[in-house]
Write a protein that binds this ligand. Sequence first.
Ligand code: DGJ
Length: 470
Amino acid sequence: MENKTRMKNKYKKPTTLNCYAGSRYRFSLMVCSFIGCVLLFHVYFLNQSQHSQHAVMQMNSDHPYYRELVEVEDDGIKIPPPRKRSPRAIKRKPKRPTTLIEEFLDESSQLRYIFFPGQKTAIDPLNDAGNESLYYHPGRIWLDTDGNPIQAHGGGILYDDRSRTYYWYGEYKDGPTYYAHKKAAARVDIIGVGCYSSKDLWTWKNEGIVLAAEEANETHDLHTSNVLERPKVIYNKNTNKYVMWMHIDDANYTKASVGIAISNSPTGPFDYIRSTRPHGFESRDMTIFKDDDDVAYLVYSSEDNSELHIGPLTQDYLDVTNVMRRILVGQHREAPALFKHEGTYYMITSGCTGWAPNEALAHAAESVMGPWETMGNPCVGGNKVFRLATFFAQSTFVLPLHGFPGVFIFMADRWNPADLRDSRYVWLPLLVGGPVDRPLDYSFGFPLWPRVSIYWHKRWKLPYKWSGKN
Ligand code: DGJ
């Protein structure tokens, strides 16, 4: 009897042990299933994102020039050896190597010609009918059809269905740069908002100053001594009016308001209505965005530029409603440029470093009111310094390229704080879901959004089949 029991017990594992083994088995099964699920999800999402990248490629691969948009060159800019200094001077003040950003900001830098090439290389639509026709050269002087440098800084573009024409509005800065006082930022007095028209997005006709500065009345928002920046225009179907929103400030940037103007025609003249602090908050860099359902939104840097605010405009686009959300809180972003692709909202912003270039970031959201997520630096090509400085420019607008879903023009300003009127335009192709340029870094999370990429080119043109919106 004892023997039998022993025999039985020999094969019977203690209950506790049995239970432990079972749970260990279940536990490993759970861990394996979890890892399996994570891997499956990961593969699924990677597939999804590759699929959408592929979709864009597919959609456009029959256009011979499409590939040119994403094939970027490296810009091998080398800093020349430091100027010779005497051993005594070196001892007195040892000099650290100059950064490319410092060279960019230094008016007497030997590298200045790289960032601000001279008149000889200007893009001239009237005299460039040959090989250079329709090519963008980011950073070069860009002439209008009268042969004058285009003055539309911090601008944006409206496509007017009625005239089937593009209108480019921006700061007309053709005046002397000066400092209102020692601690102030470099400035040009308000001259007004410049407007240029085009059918091909390359040849621009000057339509004049569509909102002019006020010279006599010192208390007027548009008095020459104030600040008018980043004007944007949208069309209101209900009122048949063209509505302009802009950043209005004093020379010290303490007024921090938005201004609103209105016109019956895209080429003005615009009547200035008033300025306001939207939702009662400071508003500096700003933009407006009109959604597919015709609801328009104001986006502005607020709370000392530490966050952005977004809110819908009233139906006539002449005011904000009382709905507002804080977005990118604590991220200190400005120069917002908003766009939409396949139901997802995207935004490019810059950091806050005055006229000096800094790193752009791309953000995405399922709803325009947020929450917005920051995806990372969208810049591809050039070299590392170029990418970290948004190609030495700052975002202002992103224009969809009609007929090419997922393809946009990224519009940015290469500010020249020494002579603001000579600030340049950096227009580059921006693709949503374009090919990935470096290993994905999702910290073992999922790539939730398609990639937004801005591709550097010294010279590029729109896909050859693109011919306006007509
Ligand atoms: C950065 C802004 O983006 C520009 O529009 C302008 O306001 C400068 N700051 C002024 O320093």
